[in-house]
Design a protein around this ligand. Structure first.
Ligand code: GAP
Length: 448
């Protein structure tokens, strides 16, 4: 299947099955915004929960934070975003289209899509100018420069400005990290590739504070751990790579940066950046706020400004990688025994929006009652789904498309021997399991 077709099919499945819808769709849409439907919100939540569990609650050296999206304007002056968080923008004076200068070679001329901008007839591209990606807004009723603030373009700065608060209020000692998951906003010149580059998205970030002399070791450790996280959740090694930035690509304050990249249907794209930020951010905020953000080690009686390793991942972008990895089509027999194309989302069980679907084979002979009782019991432990409409083969297909790992059917035999048919999504293998063993079976197989 051509790669463009794969992406089109994924986008179409996401819309059809309620994973992801275009933002503000009934008003013609708002470019760069996306709404997560009933299945999408579960998938996104599962990605964030897996990240939070693996990086925060299952570790002793990381604590969480949820800081405000609106922050004092000086935060962004101190961080460098107000002057440097820009992309080079070029405009076509003829058709008024705008492009990121570095993306012109891969963009299409709107009037002649077979050509790149600037290559067709009377295209008139301007010189590049710096375009700041932060969204502006105002606090309070007066709109002037004194009340202007920005929607945060990253969650990281909320962590730096709370470093002192966390140290003073918790028992955390360097080395330790602060983690945050939340919305970020960037006025991207060209949002593209579905949810890959959006104007509103979610990040999952850690700022890990350590002694300067241990920072290289922590940088290497975090790079490896973060790479492995994606593998553990089902991204194939052949679709993942760790790419170290060369000197020219590094931000001016960065001592080293590596990107975890995923092979999307259109090519390699960044999922997460792991950056060695040195003491740049804490020192900038010390200078601009006048507050002491150094750390005092009680045991060694040393005072120092910690160095920071920052694993910064995109939650929504990870959702896209997990969707691309999970999407498969195979051939399977339908209810009449004819082979047909089956679309399956082979999600890792931790990420699957629905963990199991429960069906009565037919709507009679006490099957709906037994199936409902099992559904209600399982619902206390897992996100499960009940469906009694249509042929059972069709119901299986619908769950395959939703990525549900198991389907449980209550049939004629259930009344006789208290067993159910349990069908596994990927292999489509069916086995009979005692009804009172289903919960334990799911617990074990789902890793719950
Ligand atoms: N604090 C560092 C920072 O924000 P970044 O490389 O600009 O670094 C981190 O962003 C991650 O956030 C990226 O690897 C990507 O996964 C995600 N991200 C960035 N811009 C995005 C956008 N416009 N849409 C979706 N995800 C985005």
């Amino acid at each position: 299947m051509a790669d463009a077709t794969v992406m089109e099919r994924i986008v179409s499945l996401c819309k059809r099955r309620g994973f992801i819808f275009p933002g503000s769709e009934i008003y013609g849409g708002l470019t760069g915004t996306w709404d997560y439907g009933p299945l999408g919100v579960e998938l996104l939540r599962n990605v964030k929960n897996a990240w939070w569990h693996d990086n925060v609650t299952s570790r002793d050296d990381i604590v969480g934070l949820d800081s405000a999206i609106l922050m004092h304007r000086t935060v962004w002056q101190a961080s460098g975003h107000e002057s440097n968080f820009t992309d080079p923008l070029v405009e076509c004076k003829t058709c008024k289209a705008r492009f990121r200068q570095d993306q012109v070679p891969e963009s299409q001329c709107p009037r002649k899509p077979s050509k790149h901008p600037g290559e067709f007839g009377d295209c008139q591209l301007t010189e590049a100018r710096k375009f700041n990606l932060m969204f502006k807004t105002f606090v309070g009723p007066v709109e002037d420069s004194a009340t202007q603030v920005y929607l945060r373009p990253e969650t990281a700065q909320g962590i730096f400005v709370n470093f002192r608060n966390v140290v003073d209020s918790s028992r955390m000692k360097v080395p330790f990290g602060i983690a945050q998951v939340g919305k970020s906003f960037r006025n991207e010149i060209t949002p593209k590739q579905f949810i890959f580059r959006s104007r509103e998205f979610e990040q999952m970030e850690i700022e890990f504070f350590c002694k300067p002399e241990t920072s290289q070791q922590w940088y290497a450790t975090w790079r490896d751990q973060r790479f492995k996280w994606y593998q553990d959740l089902g991204l194939k090694s052949s679709n993942l790579r760790l790419r170290e930035h060369d000197k020219e690509e590094l931000a001016f304050y960065s001592i080293g940066t590596s990107d975890v990249e995923y092979k999307f249907p259109w090519g390699w794209g960044e999922l997460e950046g792991i950056a060695h930020r040195g003491d740049y951010d804490l020192k900038q905020h010390m200078q601009h706020s006048g507050k002491d953000l150094s750390y005092f080690n009680e045991e060694t009686r040393e005072r120092f400004v910690p160095h920071v390793i920052e694993p910064s991942a995109g939650a929504t972008r990870s959702v896209l990688a997990f969707l691309c990895e999970a999407y498969t089509e195979d051939q399977a027999p339908n209810d009449k025994g004819e082979m047909e194309t089956r679309t399956v989302l082979r999600f890792h069980p931790r990420l699957a929006p629905v963990k199991a679907a429960i069906f009565p084979l037919v709507k009679k002979d006490g099957m709906p009652e037994r199936a409902t009782a099992l559904y209600k019991d399982l619902q206390k432990h897992f996100h499960v789904f009940y469906d009694e409409k249509g042929a059972v083969g069709r119901r299986y297909r619908r769950q395959d498309e939703a990525g549900t790992p198991f389907c449980i059917t209550i049939d004629g035999q259930t009344a006789a021997d208290q067993t159910v048919t349990l069908r596994e999504r990927d292999s489509m293998k069916q086995e009979r399991v005692a009804m009172d063993q289903v919960k334990g079976y799911l617990m074990e197989r789902l890793g719950a």
